[in-house]
Design a protein around this ligand. Structure first.
Ligand SMILES: C=C(O[C@@H]1C=C(C(=O)O)C=C[C@H]1O)C(=O)O
Length: 287
């Protein structure tokens, strides 16, 4: 809660990928009760862990790090089965040849950097050296074999790119596992669920309604994405309809496998369990 005015503090990833869930949201909740904080995923992950925000999308990896403190909303995520179009590795040589090389990772991401490590280390049996860098492709590729970008940074470079091979990590994950991948999940601090159950429910309903409204008629959202980020209407039509904003059994199964691999490879200290908020009941997801 914001100490001065008691508003609930809600994160928002400042990439286009979350637009459907927010596009109508502000009109559906009492404005005096919510404050929206825009940041890149790693910023939101840290703010949630520090108690500076109360709920919102975080990297699914960050949920795996702090799952004891959070519950997840059902029906809300940024997921894909196969290509995501905005989680992209740029590289000069085929993956087999760079799996032991130098890779630049963006400071904006937590889920996708660990997903890339799983792909290169577990699936391609490599052991690359990683360096973290701000998401600027030309700098990242300086003396490196590959660079990962996420969100709008990845989208814009995919439009400009004439130089590199591009690997979509969602596609790689589906190829090796046959599973869904959820990149962002909607977390709520457990204490907030206890303190503000009605508001937690109202906010959930508003997010879900925004998602349905944006899906039913995406034209205004597509027009705005085109004017503020660039690209064509066809691009955004495909981008939004290709991403999945639901969070159900298929997405949970994919995420459980991701957490298992993160644990096996030592990226997470414990195997995370997915616990879902259900109108004040808690459901633990098991396969
Ligand atoms: C689909 C995307 O997923 C994002 C990737 C994240 C990560 O790698 O930590 C976190 C949140 C998501 O917004 C994207 O960035 O385009």
């Amino acid at each position: 809660m914001n100490k001065e005015d008691n508003r609930i503090r809600i994160g928002r990833i400042n990439y286009t990928n979350v637009w459907p869930i927010y596009y109508y949201f502000a009109d559906l909740v009492p404005r005096e009760q919510v404050e929206i904080i825009h940041q890149v995923p790693t910023g939101l992950n840290k703010a949630m862990a520090a108690g500076e925000i109360d709920m919102g999308p975080i990297s699914s990896f960050a949920y795996g790090e702090s799952f004891e403190n959070y519950l997840l909303y059902p029906d809300l995520s940024v997921s894909a089965f196969g290509a995501v179009n905005s989680i992209l590795l740029f590289h000069e040589k085929p993956l087999q040849e760079i799996a032991g090389g130098e890779i630049a990772l963006p400071t904006t991401s937590a889920t996708s950097v660990n997903l890339l490590k799983i792909i290169l280390e577990k699936f391609y049996k490599g052991k690359p050296r990683y360096t973290y860098a701000p998401p600027i492709l030309s700098d990242m590729m300086n003396k490196r074999d590959g660079a990962l970008l996420i969100g709008d940074d990845a989208i814009k470079e995919s439009w400009r790119n004439k130089k590199y091979m591009i690997t979509d990590l969602g596609q790689e994950w589906a190829k090796w596992t046959g599973k869904w991948m959820s990149f962002a999940v909607w977390a709520i601090r457990r204490a907030v669920v206890d303190q503000q159950p009605e508001l937690v429910k109202g906010i959930f309903d508003a997010f879900v309604q925004s998602k349905h409204m944006a899906h039913a008629d995406p034209s205004a959202m597509i027009k705005e994405a085109k004017s503020s980020v660039g690209g064509s209407s066809e691009y955004w039509q495909h981008y939004f309809s290709n991403l999945c904003y639901d969070f159900g059994v298929e997405q949970w199964k994919g995420l459980q496998l991701y957490y298992q691999y993160c644990w096996e490879l030592g990226f997470l200290p414990k195997q995370a369990t997915v616990e879902i908020w259900q109108q004040n009941r808690i459901a633990r997801v098991t396969e």
